[in-house]
Ligand binder design. Structure first.
Ligand SMILES: NC(=O)c1ccc[n+]([C@@H]2O[C@H](COP(=O)([O-])OP(=O)(O)OC[C@H]3O[C@@H](n4cnc5c(N)ncnc54)[C@H](OP(=O)(O)O)[C@@H]3O)[C@@H](O)[C@H]2O)c1
Length: 342
């Protein structure tokens, strides 16, 4: 398994991790996402370990804490061989105290540690930006949690460019721990990540952990031109959010994926994941799977590389016209708005 350095930190991570939002299936939304219970979770975890994928991503909100509980049980006996990332910020239950306050984060870490049956979290993500809590309060609390040994590294998720830059500069000002990674939505279908967040990541040495690499299964090969929208997809069943689908764009990308998949003798899903591996700042891709077959395929999406021509074909099929100010920056101004990739 290929390992990459996560941003500017010293942490090496396998290029794939396994996402556990499918564990538990509690509540309508997560039931549609996946319904993996403990016995199957153990099998999936061990398939990952056999393939060299020892990094597991979860969140407090996944099935209201049940996903963390199942992951904790599935990792008993191998906890010291793996990396675990989890997240806090979003509302759990009716308590008005949620977000990224000191009060909520300290309580959330304690709850996640208990559910995961561990004494530390390797990467702790702010699941979203909380505009009601001073950024200083959040980062000071996270720095204290690192000092206490309860978390090892901090990362953010779903931040805007300015959220990230403000956070990094406040960490710098006070000498507190910095976000080493951004867990972000990025796929051939939706490439907005490249406009602001990727250049910021390059400039600031913030690594990218990609979520929903198959755009919730839309790039899994079931969605095809001229065919009905698949009823057995989790998005069709109400288990995903995300922008409304531009089907013409999706089918153009799937057509290109089909051509490349045939050339390389891989599946559409494997090619879509492999394309992401070649993008600047990407250190890790969180693969999702509702069953063993999907997981086995996704684990085999690495260990080989698309050619430059194949990448170009996929780039072109998925290209989008930039919004302002990116179209202006692309004009011939003799300036280079994008920092060099480290
Ligand atoms: N930070 C965040 O805000 C955030 C948000 C979302 C996810 N995440 C993390 O990212 C992880 C992965 O997200 P995701 O589940 O949305 O990933 P995804 O790969 O975009 O979507 C998974 C879906 O793709 C399809 N699929 C998976 N493997 C396939 C294969 N080999 N062939 C064909 N189809 C395949 C399945 O669709 P079908 O339903 O059609 O079977 C499955 O439900 C989550 O578990 C979580 O850890 C984080």
């Amino acid at each position: 398994m290929e390992y990459r350095q996560l941003g500017g930190s010293g942490l090496q991570v396998p290029v794939l991790s396994f996402g556990t939002a499918t564990f538990g299936g509690a509540g309508e939304f997560f039931k549609a996402w996946g319904q993996t219970q403990l016995d199957d979770a153990k099998k999936l975890v061990h398939l990952c370990m056999d393939a060299g994928v020892n990094f597991f991503d979860t969140a407090d909100v996944y099935s209201g804490g049940v996903a963390e509980e199942i992951l904790g049980k599935a990792l008993l006996g191998i906890r010291n061989e793996v990396l675990v990332s989890t997240k806090a910020t979003f509302k759990m239950g009716e308590d008005p105290n949620y977000g990224s306050s000191r009060f909520h984060l300290i309580r959330s870490v304690e709850n996640s540690l208990r559910r995961l049956q561990t004494d530390h979290i390797d990467i702790y993500h702010m699941h979203g930006f909380d505009g009601n809590t001073p950024v200083e309060e959040t980062l000071h609390a996270l720095d204290d949690l690192i000092s206490s040994g309860k978390i090892r590294y901090i990362a953010c998720s779903n931040f805007s460019g300015w959220h990230l830059m403000k956070s990094l500069s406040i960490s710098e000002r006070y000498g507190w721990a910095k976000y080493i990674a951004h867990q972000a939505y990025y796929s051939l279908l939706d490439r907005e990540f490249e406009w602001e967040l990727m250049p910021a990541g390059i400039d600031q040495k913030v690594g990218t952990i990609v979520w929903s690499p198959l755009a919730s299964g839309q790039l899994g090969g079931k969605f095809r031109r001229g065919q009905p929208i698949p009823a057995d997809n989790r998005r069709s069943q109400g288990g995903s959010h995300g922008p409304e689908t531009d089907f013409e764009r999706l089918y153009t990308i799937v057509d290109a994926l089909d051509d490349v998949a045939e050339e390389v003798g891989k599946s559409v899903a494997q090619v879509a994941i492999n394309w992401l591996l070649q993008r600047p700042t990407v250190a890790n891709i969180i693969i999702g799977a509702r069953n063993e077959e999907q997981l086995k395929q996704n684990l085999a999406a690495v260990g080989w590389n698309l050619t430059t021509e194949q990448v170009k074909k996929l780039d072109e099929a998925s290209a989008v016209a930039p919004i302002y100010p990116y179209w202006h920056q692309k004009q011939d101004t003799n300036l280079n708005p994008t920092p060099k990739f480290y």
